[in-house]
Design a protein around this ligand. Structure first.
Ligand code: OAD
Length: 248
């Protein structure tokens, strides 16, 4: 990460009236949440076809729930890091600032961000496959939990092959089309339609900044690729934004 790049990103953000941040698993890595496609990521140890599809859940709900129970239990032990807090802080400084996340850990909310669009649902939400009622709970519901209506409960996340929550995706599209700057943080950019939001923003004229210690599918189309962990990169930008005569 070069200091001129950080200066450029800070200048774009300082001038922007509308900012859209697209986050992926790398955003939570510094909070201790494993990513999916890094060398020791979840998909190197687990098969998504057996754990994260509607067919897998129909075939073996107990196995799918076992994996989600573990991931839900891990939520209690993690906290947002400085990078999450800086995004929450920047939301207060910019007229229209939205975080669109693929993450299901709720860390942006916990850090204080208000305008958060969750494209892939939440680990702490459960939904009835029958009456479709949702509720937020981190209680351990057992190995094959049921709704009051008698139907099976499922994790409130989006699985492979499923559509994104329509309202969340519409909001994300609208923010991507209208932002002055899109900040892409910690995503490999291989999962659609989330990744297409970056291309859309760029096509509509936004400056595109990619923060990722590894080259991603989106680094190549970014105006600036900050090759760094997000905590470091966001802190670097924040220091420039708060520099002499800038934000308090
Ligand atoms: P991936 O695991 O595919 O990508 C994580 C990205 O974060 C990689 O490009 C890493 O280089 C980067 N990274 C790692 N540590 C970082 C750090 N400290 N700072 C910044 N970047 C870092 O995760 P996603 O792109 O989020 O979907 O994956 C997208 C979707 O695929 C997930 O939401 C999930 C998964 O299957 C579903 O479960 C539906």
């Amino acid at each position: 990460m070069k200091s001129e790049q950080v200066q450029t990103c800070a200048a774009w953000l300082a001038a922007a009236k509308t900012v859209c941040v697209l986050t992926g698993a790398g955003m939570s890595a510094e909070s201790g949440v494993p990513t999916f496609r890094d060398r020791d990521g979840l998909w190197s140890k687990f098969n998504p076809a057996e754990l994260a599809t509607p067919e897998a859940f129909r075939r073996n709900p107990v196995k799918v729930w076992e994996w989600y129970r573990r991931r839900r239990a891990a939520l209690a032990k993690i906290r947002p890091h400085r990078g999450h807090e800086l995004l929450a802080d920047w939301e207060q400084q910019v007229a229209d600032f939205t975080v669109v996340t693929q993450n299901v850990d709720g860390l942006h909310h916990r850090a204080g961000s208000r305008n958060v669009v969750e494209l892939h649902g939440r680990l702490d939400v459960v939904r009835c496959v029958g009456c479709r009622q949702e509720r937020q709970t981190l209680e351990d519901l057992g190995e094959d939990p049921r709704c009051d209506c008698g139907a099976r409960l499922r994790p409130g996340v989006v699985w492979f092959g499923e559509a994104l929550p329509p309202r969340a995706f519409e909001t994300a599209l609208e923010k991507a089309r209208n932002c002055d700057v899109m900040l892409v943080i910690g995503t490999s950019g291989v999962v659609q339609p989330a990744a297409s939001l970056a291309e859309l923003a760029k096509g509509y004229g936004a400056k595109l900044i990619d923060i990722n210690p590894q080259r991603s599918e989106l680094s190549g189309i970014a105006d600036v690729w900050l090759e760094a962990a997000c905590g470091t990169a966001l802190q670097g930008i924040d220091e420039v934004l708060r520099g002499p005569g800038k934000r308090p």
